[in-house]
Design a protein around this ligand. Structure first.
Ligand code: CMX
Ligand code: CO
Length: 146
């Protein structure tokens, strides 16, 4: 069952400058950064709030590490902006299977590794009224030390 917004993914050209914008404009601090080579992104997670199911909601700022990645291709076509939304679930495998049975294309046969040890998959935007949609099961996480 999908229980929360896990994050909103925002594509940007310059991660450091975008992090600085969110910090100085809204006061959001970086909770975690990492490079995910499989996804072709350098990313920063800004925690917005905790949620009633014990999870959290984040902004995920994404800078491509290569032009031919999903975010690199999208940035070249559309410029910076909201790239995807992600729903949190305790059971990404079960929810992905149920959603696939409803005729929506699930992009991965098996969930892959996402931010902070989470397990993720994606639904095709053309089957979701134009919204690239990610499903996430989080690992238990602590913030990066700064
Ligand atoms: N939101 C909405 N529509 C999108 C989209 C997005 N983010 N990305 C692509 N599309 C649309 C395009 O506009 C295009 O539509 P038209 O044919 O009408 O122009 C269509 O989908 C095909 O787009 P494309 O540019 O040819 O791109 P691809 O088909 O090669 O890839 C997709 C699209 C969804 C399969 C690819 O982006 C993907 O695999 N995404 C999942 C992985 C990902 O996004 N990783 C980065 C984030 C990692 C993370 O969150 O941790
Ligand atoms: Co994401």
């Amino acid at each position: 069952m999908l229980t929360r917004i896990d994050h909103i993914g925002i594509a940007c050209h310059d991660l450091d400058a975008t992090v600085e914008f969110y910090r100085t404009t809204y006061g959001f601090e970086v909770f975690h950064t990492e490079v995910n080579e499989e996804q072709g992104v350098r990313e920063a997670m800004l925690k917005i709030n905790d949620t009633s199911d014990g999870g959290s909601s984040y902004l995920q700022l994404l800078e491509p590490t290569r032009e031919d990645s999903a975010v690199g291709t999208w940035l070249a076509k559309h410029g910076e902006g909201v790239h995807h939304i992600a729903f949190g679930t305790p059971d990404v495998d079960g929810d992905a299977a149920e959603i696939r049975d409803k005729g929506v294309r699930v992009l991965y046969d098996e969930p892959r590794r996402g931010t902070m040890g989470s397990r993720i998959t994606f639904l095709h935007p053309k089957d979701c009224h134009g919204v690239l949609t990610e499903l996430v099961t989080s690992a238990r996480v602590e913030p990066d030390e700064h």
